[in-house]
Design a protein around this ligand. Structure first.
Ligand SMILES: Cc1cc2nc3c(=O)[nH]c(=O)nc-3n(C[C@H](O)[C@H](O)[C@H](O)COP(=O)(O)OP(=O)(O)OC[C@H]3O[C@@H](n4cnc5c(N)ncnc54)[C@H](O)[C@@H]3O)c2cc1C
Length: 298
C-alpha cells in the first residue's frame, strides 16, 4: 500500500475489483479510509480542496466500477469505520459495521426486527442508503434516525420520518450525504425463535443464491406487480452470457462472474437483459446494482 499525506489511512491507484464482491473494475485514483468522523471530515475537505470527485462506498456488495476506473476519491466507510453502542434495545451502529454482524449482535441479545437480514453482505451505511431488505423485513423498519455528513461538511441527525424510505430507496441516494451511523430501536423477542429464523434465512440464501460465484446481489429491482428473476427466467435468459458475466443458472435475479469478467461484460449483460425482457413482456427492468464510472448510454 502506497501512503499519501492525508489525515486518514489511504491508498492510491486501487484496483476496485479487489474491493467489490463482483470482483470487476479498474483503478480508483484514491481510496480514503477514515476511522472516525473527524478523519472523515478532514478527508472530504482534502478531496474538495484538490477538486476531486468523491464517491462513498461501504463493503462493495452492490457496486460495479467501470473498467476505466474512477478518477477521484472513493471514501470507504468499511471495516475501519465499524462499531456498535448498545443501550438496552437501542443500538447506534457506525456506517462501516457489517450488517450481518449487527444482526447477530441483536439476535444474541434476544432482540428482533432485522433477523431476516442475516446474510446480506453489505455495511450499515449501504443498508441505509438502499434500504436493504429481505424476506419481508427492511432495514428502515426499526430505524430511529441516521447521522449523515452533507457535501458542505455539515453533520446532521435525520429522524426516520425525514429519510424518505421506500423500496430500495432513501433520501440519501439523492442528496449526496454520507451516512455516518444509524440508530435503531429493536423489539424484545424469543432468543430460540430468533436464532431459528436466522438459520432458516441463511439456509434459504445458500439453497437459492449463487454464493459460490462472485456477484453483487440482485441485478434488478423488483418491478411493480412482479419479480425480476421470474421475468428474466421466462424470457429464457437463465445462463445467458456476455463475455464472462452471466445470468446465474441457479437464480435468474443474479448476475455472476464466471471468472475473468469485466465491468463492461456486466453492463452489457444488464443492457441486453433489459432489452430482451422488454421485448418479451413490455416491462423495463431497472438496475439495483450501482454502476460507477464510464458506461455507454443504454
Ligand atoms: C450475495 C448477495 C446477497 C445480497 N442480498 C441482498 C438482499 O437480500 N437484500 C438487499 O437489499 N441487498 C442484498 N444484496 C446487495 C447489498 O449487499 C446491499 O445492497 C447492501 O446494503 C450494500 O451495502 P454495501 O456496504 O456493500 O454498499 P456498497 O456496495 O459499497 O455501495 C452501494 C451504494 O451505497 C452507497 N453507500 C454505501 N455506504 C455509504 C455511506 N456510508 N454513505 C453514503 N453512501 C453509501 C454507495 O455510494 C453506493 O451507491 C446482496 C448482495 C450480495 C452480494
Amino acid at each position: 500500500m502506497e501512503s499519501v499525506s492525508l489525515p486518514c489511512p489511504s491508498q492510491e491507484r486501487v484496483r476496485m475489483a479487489g474491493l467489490t464482491t463482483f470482483q470487476v473494475g479498474g483503478e480508483a485514483r484514491y481510496v480514503l479510509e477514515p476511522r472516525d468522523e473527524a478523519e472523515l471530515s478532514a478527508a472530504l475537505a482534502w478531496a474538495h480542496a484538490g477538486g476531486l470527485s468523491v464517491f462513498a462506498m461501504g463493503r462493495g456488495s452492490n457496486l460495479v466500477v467501470s473498467d476505466t476506473g474512477f478518477d477521484g476519491a472513493i471514501v470507504r466507510l468499511g471495516p475501519g469505520f465499524s462499531g456498535t453502542e448498545w443501550t438496552n434495545t437501542v443500538v447506534t451502529a457506525k456506517a462501516g459495521t457489517r450488517l450481518s454482524e449487527l444482526v447477530l449482535q441483536a439476535v444474541g441479545k434476544g432482540l428482533g426486527g432485522m433477523e431476516k437480514l442475516a446474510g446480506i453482505p453489505g455495511s450499515v451505511g449501504g443498508a441505509v442508503i438502499l434500504n436493504a431488505g429481505a424476506y419481508g423485513q427492511e432495514f428502515s423498519d426499526h430505524l430511529v434516525g441516521v447521522r449523515a455528513l452533507a457535501p458542505n461538511g455539515e453533520v446532521r441527525d435525520w429522524p426516520r420520518d425525514q429519510c424518505d424510505f421506500a423500496y430500495r430507496h432513501s433520501i440519501f441516494r439523492d442528496n449526496g450525504h454520507l451516512v455516518v451511523s444509524a440508530t435503531l430501536e429493536l423489539v424484545e423477542g424469543d432468543l430460540d425463535s430468533l436464532r431459528q429464523s436466522v438459520r432458516e434465512t441463511q439456509k434459504a440464501r445458500l439453497d437459492k443464491q449463487p454464493l459460490d460465484l462472485p456477484n453483487a446481489g440482485s441485478l434488478f429491482k423488483r418491478p411493480p406487480g412482479g419479480y425480476a428473476s421470474k421475468m428474466v427466467e421466462e424470457a429464457g435468459l437463465k445462463g445467458f452470457r456476455v463475455g464472462a458475466a452471466a445470468i446465474s443458472e441457479k437464480h435468474a435475479g443474479f448476475a455472476v462472474n464466471l471468472g475473468g469478467a469485466t465491468a463492461s461484460d456486466v453492463w452489457n449483460l444488464s443492457c441486453e437483459v433489459i432489452r430482451r425482457v422488454r421485448e418479451f413482456n413490455g416491462v423495463t427492468l431497472e438496475r439495483e446494482v450501482v454502476f460507477l464510472g464510464d458506461f455507454p448510454a443504454t
